[in-house]
Design a protein around this ligand. Structure first.
Ligand SMILES: C[S@@+](CC[C@H](N)C(=O)[O-])C[C@H]1O[C@@H](n2cnc3c(N)ncnc32)[C@H](O)[C@@H]1O
Length: 237
């Protein structure tokens, strides 16, 4: 357990993790070393799993795993049977590189697109969609409907999303609106209709940059958050 935040793990490895990324990412991906090594971005995920995930040997699907920060730095992921999936070829080599350092022992990796990859029905106890549903090409409802088939009844889905209702702040600040956004009320409604019980719902503000953190703090003064994280249990349809 770390003193930085509940549920983080292996923080002594962060520096080496960042160096391995920096030395092996192609130049056009260089900024991602600092981004993925910023463990602030994992705080909400870590805290929610720390609170709700008490079992071991769970079958976990980590969708859009990137360079495996979740698998390495989240305490609740240690000892789980993880399928990490990502379609970006630039992240694939890190599977072997981090395994060579003794990590990812219970993780298998698939380089694949989540919208076409098939699994046996009811394969997973937990599906993680961390920092992926901002993608304009992904529609949350389509992704969850598709992945629900692969969740066991009683299984959990974690997702986070960017708030549609704070989009005006970005427009006002003249920032490009690069993210797909969702109305929190519609997310709740959709999850209920799709057979999920929401068991935890939190604002997230785990950015490394001071300007982003200031903006998030200002939004909180107005009772809003730019991002939310959700953990929901699948009851089955
Ligand atoms: C910001 S990264 C987040 C990585 C990881 N979840 C984390 O939080 O450290 C988003 C990842 O989603 C992946 N991704 C986006 N769309 C995808 C898709 N359709 N299938 C598989 N991976 C996808 C991208 O390649 C990228 O690695």
């Amino acid at each position: 357990m770390s003193s930085e935040a509940p549920g983080l793990h292996n923080l002594g490895y962060v520096q080496r993790y960042e160096r391995i990324l920096a030395e092996n990412l192609p130049p056009s991906f260089a900024q991602f070393a600092d981004f993925f090594a910023g463990t602030q971005r994992l705080h909400t995920l870590a805290a929610m799993f720390d609170r709700h995930l008490k079992s071991k040997d769970l079958h976990v699907l980590n969708v859009g795993s990137g360079p495996f920060a979740t698998e390495i730095f989240i305490e609740a992921m240690q000892g789980q049977m993880i399928t990490a999936l990502d379609y970006t070829p630039e992240f694939a080599p890190f599977y072997t590189l981090f395994q060579q350092d003794g990590h990812l022992k219970t993780t298998r990796f698939l380089q694949a697109d989540i919208m076409t990859q098939e699994f046996a029905p009811a394969s997973f106890d937990l599906i993680i969609l961390h920092d992926i549903l901002y993608e304009k090409a992904l529609d949350m409802n389509a992704v969850i409907t598709r992945l629900g088939t692969y969740l066991k009844p009683g299984g959990l889905v974690f997702l986070d999303f960017v708030n549609l209702r704070t989009g005006w702040v970005w427009t006002m600040l003249g920032k490009p609106n690069r993210f797909r956004r969702y109305d929190p009320r519609n997310v709740r409604r959709f999850l209920e209709q799709a057979g999920f019980d929401v068991i935890d719902w939190r604002p997230t503000h785990g950015s490394k940059s001071i300007s982003a953190r200031t903006l998030h703090a200002t939004l909180r003064l107005f009772g809003a958050s730019n991002n939310y994280a959700v953990l929901a249990r699948y009851k089955g349809r």
